[in-house]
Design a protein around this ligand. Structure first.
Ligand SMILES: Cc1cc2nc3c(=O)[nH]c(=O)nc-3n(C[C@H](O)[C@H](O)[C@H](O)COP(=O)(O)O)c2cc1C
Length: 190
């Protein structure tokens, strides 16, 4: 086991890319992601399924040290500000449609999952954040009115959890938990 391992205690044997995905906060502030790696994980998102193949997802990419990264950091809220600036990249995901419906949000979720899975296959971890100021994102980046910011994803290499403040280190080391399967299955017809 290393810092980057936090396998789920699954009830069935799952593919390692599913079982081993988790959302760390202790990112290595010295790791540099290459343009090629960033492009590859976005390419995974690009090939996701979407309702009517509308591909409503849009991405804004920041690498630590560049202006986009700084701009995205300035939009983060709460605890996210404590750890996300150490990530190697921040990716804003937005959706666009003439009239935004639930389908676009659903499609963006599928694309983000593909992105996270591809990242893990490349030994990179991801952590999604809803805790950011959407209005500020729109202002800072002059995002067109028809694009709705959904999530910011931190991408990078995991490092020592003890570098986090105590409360976050405890969360980092806590086991991953889920509701039991029987709570998720609807009874259906007898
Ligand atoms: C849409 C979305 C928004 C999230 N927002 C935040 C956030 O703002 N800050 C944070 O620390 N984690 C955030 N998370 C991470 C979740 O807390 C995390 O995925 C969940 O606790 C399960 O943990 P795991 O991903 O390690 O399995 C978010 C996850 C999703 C999917």
């Amino acid at each position: 086991m290393s810092f980057s391992d936090k396998p789920a205690a699954t009830d069935a044997e799952l593919h390692e890319l599913i079982a081993n995905r988790w959302s760390p906060r202790s990112f290595d502030s010295s790791h540099i992601i290459s343009d090629n790696e960033l492009e590859t994980i976005i390419e995974a998102a690009r090939w996701s399924p979407s309702s009517m193949n509308a591909q409503p997802w849009r991405f804004l990419l920041g690498k630590r040290g560049d202006k986009n990264f700084q701009g995205l950091v300035s939009c983060l809220e709460g605890n996210n500000l404590d750890w996300a600036p150490n990530a190697s990249a921040l990716i804003l995901v937005g959706i666009t449609a003439e009239k935004i419906t639930k389908a676009e949000t659903f499609d963006a979720g599928l694309a983000v999952h593909a992105l996270c899975t591809q990242a893990l296959a490349m030994n990179l971890h991801t952590h999604q954040m809803g805790g950011f100021n959407r209005n500020r994102v729109k202002e800072v980046f002059s995002i067109p009115v028809n694009i709705d910011p959904i999530v910011i994803i931190a991408v990078g290499k995991v490092s020592d959890p003890q570098k986090l403040k105590a409360e976050l280190a405890a969360r980092e080391l806590a086991p991953r938990i889920r509701k039991p399967l029987n709570e998720l299955i609807l009874p259906g017809l007898n």
